[in-house]
Structure formats: C-alpha cells, structure tokens
Ligand binder design. Structure first.
Ligand SMILES: NC(=O)c1ccc[n+]([C@@H]2O[C@H](COP(=O)([O-])OP(=O)(O)OC[C@H]3O[C@@H](n4cnc5c(N)ncnc54)[C@H](O)[C@@H]3O)[C@@H](O)[C@H]2O)c1
Length: 316
C-alpha cells in the first residue's frame, strides 16, 4: 500500500497562484477556499448558493486581504455563467493556474424507486440532476480550464487540474446509482485527459474521499457515528486536494482518503492490469493502443443522418 503523509511542506507553492474552485461555498469546497487563501493563493470560487458563499468571501477577504477571495454565483451546468466566471478570474488576475471542480451533489431520490404518474399510472422519467452536475458540470469546468490555461502567460509553468472523485468512482455497493455512475465518469475523465497533458501543458490528478462529514452525509451521520464508521473532515480532504495540486511527482494519480489517511490508488490499479485483465488480453489491447498512438488520436464517426432528420433527437 502506497500511503502518503499529509504534509504542509509544499503548501508554500500555493503562494501567488490563481485558483478557480467550483462548489466553494460549503463543505469541502469552502474548507479548500479558506486553505488556499491562507497559503497566499488568489481565489475565485463559483457556487449556486449565494448567502453562505457571499458571507465566506467577505470573511476571508477581511482575513487574507481585499480581493483575495472572490465569489461568483454560477451554475456549473450553465455554460454561459460558468464561462463568465472563468473570464472574470482571467480578467482580474491575468492567469488561471489551478482549477478544482468541487461542485457535486447526491441524488435526493433513489433511481430504483419506481415512481408512477398519478394520472396515467406510467413510470415517471428519473431525475438526472445529480448525474449532470457531477459529470457534465465537471466536463464543462475541465474544458474551460484547458482553454484558460492555454491563454495564461508563462507557458513554462504547468497549470494544474485536480478532480474531486469519490470512493463511489471506484466501487459499487448499495444505493446512489446516479452518483456512482457520475463519479465513475470522473475517473474516466482523469484516465483520458492524462493522455493530453503534454499537448496542453498541464497536470491532472484526483482525490477520492470516502465518507466526509458535510451536508450530503447528513442522513447517515447519526448511524455512522454510532457504528464508529471511518470519516474524514472537510479540512482533511481540502488539505489532500491542496497537497496533490502542488505535488511535483503527481501526474495521473488519484489519492484515496479514508479516515484522514491518503493512499495512491490509480497508478496501483494500472500496475495490476495484468492480474485483473489477463496478460493475453492486455497484449491484444496494447496493439489497439499502438494503432491509435500511430494515428495520434481517436478518429470519430460522422453524425448519423437520423440525427439531422430529427433535430429534436439530436438535442437530447
Ligand atoms: N461528503 C462526502 O462524503 C464526499 C465523499 C466523496 C466525494 N465528495 C465530493 O466532494 C465534493 C463536495 O461535496 P461536499 O460533501 O462538500 O458537499 P456540499 O453539499 O457540502 O457542498 C457542495 C457545494 O456545491 C455547490 N453546488 C452544487 N451544485 C452546484 C452547481 N450546479 N453549480 C455550482 N455549485 C453547485 C453547493 O451549493 C455546495 O456549496 C462533491 O463533488 C462530492 O461528490 C464528497
């Protein structure tokens, strides 16, 4: 097991960095915003929720200096408002060095609950809000990050993107089907984007926290405490995010955090591929990878005619 000690030694590297954090108004995000500001970073954070976010920005600006922490109300699912917050940060500081998409929610209705329309008796369409926020919101943020990284000066400095995954991005288990599917998607974003770090000149990593005491864990809190379940504090998770965001060795890594302890899991899983995938399959898949490496990308098919004929279907 590759355990990593939480260490504040590298935090000096956060001094003077410009960070954009989504979901910075509460929980892990607000602990992160405060940590970054305390280490001398300039922070722009985005959140949907206005009251606590404004109060946080105000409090931290008094503590760490006027303009050090800036709140913009935006929805990570709304391209225009999210893009405007990146534009704001870039205009304000002339660079964006660090992007951390923290915004995420748990579904509030079990996907497997078969809810029937009271009038027709037909099965209702499920809500995809949490799935969308956790994966589409992250992809929106990632795309904007790469664009603004490339616009930022000092090309020799590698910009950093740190994803907030979850143990739900690596394991199955009971419940939270939408959440787990979306977080597995975040793992996919990490595994794909790590192949483009040279081309776009950035560093990408992720952290995967287990149970962390925030709003989303409210309904579990009492039983979890009674049963002595392992838990992280938002501050421990924020420290892990900050640490991986400056770690000079970390690229394509994911740090699991359980009970405040860090363990690298992504490189470990890759190193075990011959075991779970089989040597022969791996050799065959390796040939496919060589072909794509030879082409230099993954060639995409044209949109099927049917989508041109039925415009509304293409919008779904
Ligand atoms: N709490 C845990 O146990 C745990 C474990 C693993 C991973 N995570 C991840 O950590 C991240 C933060 O979670 P948290 O526990 O701090 O939750 P939280 O509910 O305390 O905070 C989430 C924040 O995101 C904001 N947000 C939600 N939807 C948004 C949107 N569409 N646009 C902008 N802002 C939005 C909320 O307003 C809130 O301020 C999430 O990605 C979550 O999946 C949490």
């Amino acid at each position: 097991m590759t355990s990593i000690a939480i260490s504040a030694d590298d935090f000096g590297l956060l001094q003077g960095k410009v960070a954009l954090v989504t979901g910075g108004g509460n929980g892990i995000g607000s602990a992160l915003v405060e940590l970054l500001a305390s280490k001398g970073s300039k922070v722009v954070f985005v959140d949907l929720e206005e009251k606590q976010s404004s109060a946080l920005a105000q409090r931290l600006s008094v503590k760490y200096g006027k303009g050090s922490v800036n709140f913009i109300r935006a929805n990570v699912l709304d391209w225009q408002s999210l893009r405007a917050s990146f534009e704001y940060a870039f205009e304000l500081f002339g660079t964006i060095d660090l992007v951390i998409p923290v915004a995420g929610i748990l579904e509030t209705r079990d996907f497997l609950e078969m809810e029937l329309d009271p009038v027709t008796g037909l099965l209702q369409e499920p809500s995809y809000l949490s799935f969308d926020i956790n994966i589409k919101g992250v992809m929106n943020t990632v795309k904007l990050a790469l664009h603004y990284f490339s616009k930022s000066p000092k090309k020799d400095v590698k910009r950093r993107l740190t994803l907030v995954d979850s143990t739900s991005g690596y394991f199955g288990g009971l419940g939270q089907l939408s959440y787990k599917a979306s977080k597995h998607g975040v793992t996919g974003v990490l595994r794909t984007l790590v192949n483009y770090t040279e081309q776009y000149g950035f560093v990408i990593n992720a952290i995967a926290p287990s149970y962390t005491e925030t709003y989303m864990m409210g309904p579990l809190k009492e039983t979890w405490a009674q049963q002595g379940g392992p838990k992280n504090t938002p501050e421990q998770v924020a420290a892990a995010i900050a640490q991986i965001s400056v770690d000079p060795q970390a690229q394509g890594q994911c740090w699991l955090i359980v009970n405040g302890k860090l363990t690298e899991i992504e490189k470990k899983i890759q190193s075990l591929a011959p075991v779970w995938c089989g040597e022969e399959n791996l050799a065959q898949l390796g040939k496919g990878k060589q072909i794509l490496d030879f082409i230099g990308n993954y060639p995409l098919p044209k949109k099927r005619e049917v989508f041109n004929d039925h415009e509304n279907d293409a919008k779904l």
